[in-house]
Design a protein around this ligand. Sequence first.
Ligand SMILES: [Zn+2]
Length: 405
Amino acid sequence: MATRSGRRPRTRGMVLDRIRAARTISRIELAASSGVTPATITQVVRELMAHELVVEVGRGASTGGKPRTMLQLNPRARYAVGVLFERNTCVVVIVDLTGRQVARTSFPGTTLLPPEEALAQVAARVEALLGTAGVERDRVLGVGLVTYGPQDRRAGVLLTHQPTGAWFGYPVAPRLSELLDLPVLLDNDAAAAAIGEHWLGAARSDTFGCIYMASGIGGGVVLDGQVYRGSSSNGVEIGHITVDLDGGPCDCGNHGCLANYADPTAVIRQAVATPSLGRRLELDPDDPDVMTGFGRIAAAAGAGDPAARALIERSARLLGTAAVTLASLFDLDLIVLAGPSLTVAGPIYRPVVEEEVRRRTFARRAHPVRVITSVSGSDAAAIGGAVLVLQSELAVLELDAPARA
Ligand SMILES: [Zn+2]
């Protein structure tokens, strides 16, 4: 039976999102919280139920009138895949329609391989995970591929020569889509991490900033529960604000960028320039495995090595500058430090960043700004990628196709 639902894809997506956020909700509450008429809600819910995306789950408490039938998502009706694709690591997660993680795997980064080879490896890992999780292919909405930028999100193309020139302009999303025969959405890792943090409940707020550090530094801002997109989803690049007017050129085209003084690559470079420290920690500035080198410096700093500690604290103060800038631009009261590097070294970074924010944020006399460390490491970005698929039109587009038998 074909439905007439094609006229209302936005309303359908919004209704799915609201049920997902509420877990259980009545039609009346959906109408009241969304401003959509009860008649339209009834019609949209009927369509969603016909496709088994939404189920009725008994009665809610009566408030004097007749008891309300409560609605829930059917978790196993659809799934989404999230892939975090970083230089040093890849994480693949599968989430169900409610956004709950049902399977996960990770493997070493593949971006130093030629793109064709790297994407074939990613596709094989996704296929294998779907197989072991027992997820039927026709229930998978698509893949959220999240990685560094700049990127042309609509075309699914990276616009950076990092880490090798072969990736510039390479159609990563269309190619992965061909390999998997699934829709693939490309997105920014830091934006996805912000959504993932929101989803995982680490950030118990609808408006907050996220500073994301893997091998580079990125940022994301969630405003009223939605990730801030700017004009091309290349925003909140907080690692590429100038902190030294006379600083050297950055790959991004700017100069004196914060990332060049504070990210893990920069910290390794500074440690190698301190010969006793570089030798002691056996650091190689040319080793593409940035995370291992940075992890060694962070561990030494944590163990009380003064030279290592000074370098990490310097990086943390610069990250504090990024946090002050974010908080002052968006009037935030919460900053989440996320990403694998900040998971490793969060105990040193967090108090330093918090102190900078406490002293320097524009609105500090109006309200405090909390700084918290994510506990999810790389996973928030991968889960955010999958959640962005759930929130996309993919979740409702197929409703215009005949209902499943
Ligand atoms: Zn830059």
